[in-house]
Design a protein around this ligand. Structure first.
Ligand code: SAH
Length: 250
């Protein structure tokens, strides 16, 4: 009989923010599969004695195939993502793989939620996501650049608070600068912008600035960037996007 296949999110990195349900999945797992950097975030004691498979970035297909192989061999298998597995994570790929291989009826898939980087970053920045927001990944590995920039433009025009994932990599140095320039076409220079690098990890770095003063160089591939909407403002070094309570009831 096939084992259970569970896709979990580890949260931003600190063990304190690993959801108890994800921890329970890891504890009972016979096999754990993940990107090597993410497996390194897991307490080694939790992985001891288990069948492990890790591989570098861009090897997601290989990891998925391996996880399915483990599950078909009868092992309770956990696939690990950072943050939440359903946000630019492994949940969609695993589900699509099972669909394409005709395995949806054979393998029971469970997706366990995790705390995504956008929540971790927002918490460290104050309260930037109190109103409607759009999350956009600047990675053009799987999405064409014109589509990404069109989404940035639409989100700016719609006055959404904007969360930028994957703001940079070695090959994509200029996209964040382009996105910030699009934002500056519609929003004032005082619009708050937050850069959160390695949230809830040992070398966490949080910077709060504005569209007029921020520097795209502050970001790397471990950073999440949040751009405020037209009502967002700085409050005691934090970013506040008021929802409108004081205007209505104040
Ligand atoms: N599934 C993850 C996202 C993976 S995409 C989630 O739900 O958050 C990888 C991107 O996530 C990184 O480029 C960065 O933008 C963001 N990210 C992941 N962990 C982070 C952390 N601890 N601090 C800041 N950003 C993080």
């Amino acid at each position: 009989m096939p084992g259970r296949l569970t896709v979990i999110g580890l949260g931003p990195g600190s063990a304190a923010l690993l959801a108890p349900m994800a921890l329970a999945s890891l504890t009972r797992a016979g096999a754990v599969v993940g990107y090597d950097r993410y497996l390194a975030l897991v307490d080694p004691a939790l992985l001891q004695g288990k069948t492990l498979f890790s591989s570098p970035m861009k090897k997601e297909m290989e990891r998925t195939a391996k996880a399915v192989e483990f599950a078909l061999a009868g092992l309770d298998t956990v696939v690990v993502s950072s943050g939440d597995s359903g946000i630019y994570g492994m949940a969609g790929l695993v589900l699509e793989f099972l669909e394409r291989e005709g395995l949806l009826d054979k393998i029971e898939l469970e997706v366990v939620p995790g705390i995504p980087a956008l929540c971790a970053a927002a918490a460290l920045l104050g309260a930037p996501l109190m109103h409607d927001f759009a999350s956009i990944s600047l990675s053009d590995l799987l999405t064409p650049l014109p589509t990404i920039m069109k989404r940035v433009r639409c989100a700016v025009e719609g006055d959404f608070v904007i969360v930028l994932y994957n703001p940079k990599s070695r090959k994509r140095d200029s996209y964040l600068g382009q996105a910030l320039a699009i934002a500056a076409e519609h929003r004032g220079p005082d619009t708050p912008v937050g850069f959160v690098r390695n949230a809830y990890r040992p070398d966490q770095d949080v910077r709060v600035a504005t569209l007029g003063t921020c520097d795209p160089e502050w970001a790397d591939m471990l950073t999440t960037v949040v751009i405020g909407n037209s009502a967002s403002r700085l409050a005691g070094g934090k970013i506040l996007t008021p929802r409108g309570y004081f205007e209505k009831y104040g």
